[in-house]
Design a binder for this molecule. Structure first.
Ligand code: ADP
Ligand code: MG
Length: 348
């Protein structure tokens, strides 16, 4: 595995997808006219609360779920009109992993990973070689003869990833793949998904309700609410400047909506966002000096968006309106985004 796998990613286009479930007299609209595009080689996050339609949409990509209407196009091929046999072949280009791993408990690790290869008619010798190769790639060399019950959650998910990648898919569909794992194990699985993107060129669609997953691995995000798409953007846009109320709520839950509301007001309260290698302290010093203002830092957090460093701090400024205007202009010119903090409820 590795660069030899070539660049596999494909573009996925879902257009005007609706899905209705009928239970007796009652009808549930799980998806209501959803259109999304997944770009070749990217990691797209599908986020939203439980019941938003994320899993249903994910399953429409490989047509495990038949949409009530709409079209599914993968790498230029319309999947929804393909005859079943041809669809089976196309499905092999898409691996899938789940929250609860879905391993066969009565089969060994090697047999689990070999399963899709067997279905694809791969010879025994090639299967054995490939199973060893993918197990090595996910860090489970030597685990061939173990049973799922002998593995930790993280190891089980590695087996599931090995199984999904064994046929050399172009796409990996992930449904809450880290939701059953502790934070440390989550990080190792997310690293493996990033490696699938970087080393294998796989395109990933990642369903999650967890903003930290978005922050750590996603390039773009689609936010869903009640079967509809309510917001789409780059991970940076959605995390740092959420537009829809639901997105704001998800971002707030993840602790990115800082207001410094617990600290006494010491001037004009602002939220500054630094993206990239800008280190904030020297920038604040330079701006304060040039504009003749002083400042105090109320609250701050520095982190990464995928690999890009960024920081967000709440700062109180002391000075005249004129001086502040100058400072704000300088900050913007240095690539720092400036917004007024919501100070309702703060003392001061
Ligand atoms: N097989 C099904 N039969 C009936 N209703 C379903 C079925 N699958 C999903 N739903 C309903 O569709 C809606 C979206 O579900 P789902 O896609 O699982 O949401 P999410 O993954 O965002 O939690 C929910 O209201 C759910 O109850
Ligand atoms: Mg779901």
């Amino acid at each position: 595995m590795g660069p030899a796998e070539g660049r596999r990613g494909v573009t996925i286009r879902l257009e005007h997808i609706s899905k209705r479930y009928r239970l007796g007299q009652r009808e549930t609209v799980a998806l209501d006219d959803v259109s999304i595009t997944v770009e070749r080689g990217e990691i797209l996050g599908l986020i939203g609360h439980s019941g938003a339609g994320k899993s249903t949409l994910l399953r429409c990509i490989n047509l495990l779920e038949r949409p009530s209407s709409g079209t599914v196009t993968v790498d230029g091929v319309r999947l929804d009109t393909l005859p079943e046999r041809e669809l089976q072949r196309q499905r092999r280009r898409m691996g899938m992993i789940f929250q609860h791993f879905h391993l066969l408990s009565s089969a060994t690790v090697a047999e689990n990973v070999a399963f899709p290869l067997r279905l694809a008619g791969v010879s025994r010798t090639d299967r054995e070689r490939r199973v060893r190769e993918v197990l090595h790639w996910v860090g489970l060399a030597g685990f061939e003869d173990k049973y799922p019950s002998q593995l930790s959650g993280g190891q089980k998910q590695r087996v599931a990833i090995a199984r999904a990648l064994a046929p050399g898919p172009d796409v990996l569909l992930c449904d809450e793949a880290t939701s059953a794992l502790d934070p440390q194990t989550t990080q190792t699985i997310l690293d493996l998904l990033l490696a699938a993107q970087r080393e294998l060129g796989v395109t990933l669609v990642v369903v999650t309700h967890d903003m930290s997953v978005v922050q750590r691995i996603c390039d773009r995000v689609v936010v869903m609410h009640r079967g509809r798409v309510v917001e789409t953007g780059t991970a940076a846009d959605v995390l740092l400047d959420p537009r829809h109320e639901l997105t704001r709520e998800l971002v707030r839950e993840a602790g990115w909506q800082m207001t410094g509301r617990h600290a006494p007001l010491m001037g004009r309260r602002t939220v500054l966002t630094f993206v990239g290698d800008n280190v904030y302290e020297p920038v604040l010093m330079r701006v304060a000096q040039a504009a003749g203002v002083t400042f105090s830092i109320v609250e701050g957090r520095i982190d990464r968006l995928k690999v890009q460093p960024f920081g967000r701090i709440v700062v109180d400024w002391q000075g005249t309106d004129e001086q502040w205007k100058r400072a704000a202009a300088l900050l913007e010119a240095l690539g720092v985004s400036v917004s007024e903090a919501v100070t309702t409820g703060s003392r001061g």
